[in-house]
Design a protein around this ligand. Structure first.
Ligand SMILES: [Zn+2]
Length: 368
């Protein structure tokens, strides 16, 4: 008999709101009084001024350390030594996905609580119990599966909205796929990211993620282009940081992310954001499913309205090389990937043909 345990896993606490950086101490103080803060260079000075002075003003201590651009085993080891040397009892990560993953891994190995403070809303890194480890040359090394999600995630909407608008849109692209992948995984009784079955709660959160984006994402993107924060921006951030992360971890992934992973082999896409590739993976998944035309058109309209790349040409593919895209299709169907969570068998040939069709459909909607 196969075991069917369902799950919902998430950070213990998620807060989103305005101007949270100076209030970091208020949120972390019940977990630790001596913070080791791994911080991206661009925000280091500001974090020291706003968060550091508040921590010290409250009688606690903070050690700031610049993140060295890549989440490698060496970088994690460097931070672990500093944590032990300074006697810190809580780890904080302030920055992009790699910084946050480094903080999660450092805290895990040192058995300390971790506070996650994202500065861009482009991926699911903040809320998940996963760290992606890279090699020194920037290539993928391994996934580090963590026994628990972060203790606290703080989404400062002012900082997230001030990041380049392209990152904000990429986060919308990543979040847009969440519901469709969770739905496929639910239908196929596939495994979610913690290797349990998707719960109804997870599917519900994934659906809320999609509905929140449909209601808010377009106006949120317009506001972010103007560097301002509105209710639509706040709601979209809740979807891209929390609902998308928890919805994907507990609801499971399917074709869209498998195709994304295959697309990492395409050289001309190396500068493309994760969420931008996932968006094209989603279009391909909808073609594989032969999704209702209204659904496809709703998704395409949203992609266009938030100014995400729609076609392969938009993504920077100058010439479509059949061999390259057959390789993408092949990779996306690897046993280790999530194509097996589709509710019907999918072959590399099916994926290749769906990629060609998805791109042609995208082209046909480009000027509509
Ligand atoms: Zn993703």
């Amino acid at each position: 008999m196969t075991e069917t345990v369902k799950s919902i896993t998430s950070p213990s606490k998620f807060y989103s709101g305005r101007n949270l950086l100076p209030k970091l101490n208020d949120y972390m103080k019940t977990y630790g009084d001596h913070a080791y803060i791994i911080c991206d260079e661009f925000i280091l000075e500001r974090a020291q001024k706003e968060a550091g002075s508040a921590i010290e003003g409250a009688g606690n201590k903070a050690v700031f350390e610049k993140f060295n651009y890549e989440c490698t085993k060496e970088e994690i080891e460097r931070h672990r030594e500093r944590v032990r040397g300074t006697g810190c009892n809580i780890v904080v990560g302030i920055g992009g996905g790699k910084t946050l993953d480094t903080a999660k891994a450092t805290a895990y190995y040192e058995k300390l609580p971790v506070v996650i403070f994202p500065t861009i809303a482009s991926t699911d890194a903040p809320c998940t119990a996963l760290a992606v480890i890279y090699k020194k040359d920037g290539s993928f090394d391994e996934y580090l599966f963590l026994p628990k999600n972060p203790d606290i995630v703080l989404a400062d909407v002012d900082i997230l909205a001030a990041a380049p608008a392209r990152f904000f849109a990429a986060g919308i692209g990543d979040a847009l796929a969440t519901y469709f992948e969770a739905r496929a995984c639910y239908q196929s009784h596939g495994d979610n990211l913690v290797l349990k079955k998707p719960s109804d709660t997870a599917l519900g959160l994934a659906r809320l993620c999609y509905e929140t984006l449909l209601e808010n994402a377009v106006n949120a993107k317009i506001a972010v282009n103007q560097k301002v924060v509105t209710k639509a921006v706040e709601n979209t951030i809740e979807a891209t940081i929390y609902l998308s992360g928890v919805g994907a971890e507990s609801g499971g992934l399917a074709a869209a992310h498998a195709i994304h992973n295959g697309m990492t082999a395409v050289h001309s896409l190396h500068k493309v954001q994760h969420g931008e590739k996932v968006t094209f993976g989603l279009l391909t998944q909808l073609v594989l499913e032969n999704a209702p035309i209204e659904e496809l058109e709703t998704v395409i309209q949203l992609i266009k309205d938030v100014q995400l790349p729609l076609t392969l040409e938009d993504l920077g593919v100058k010439k479509f090389e059949e061999a390259e895209w057959r390789q993408v299709a092949e990779l996306s169907c690897a046993d280790s990937d999530t194509m097996g969570n589709m509710p019907f068998p999918v072959t590399p040939e099916d994926v290749y043909q769906a990629i060609v069709a998805a791109n042609a459909i995208a082209e046909s909607y480009k000027d509509k």
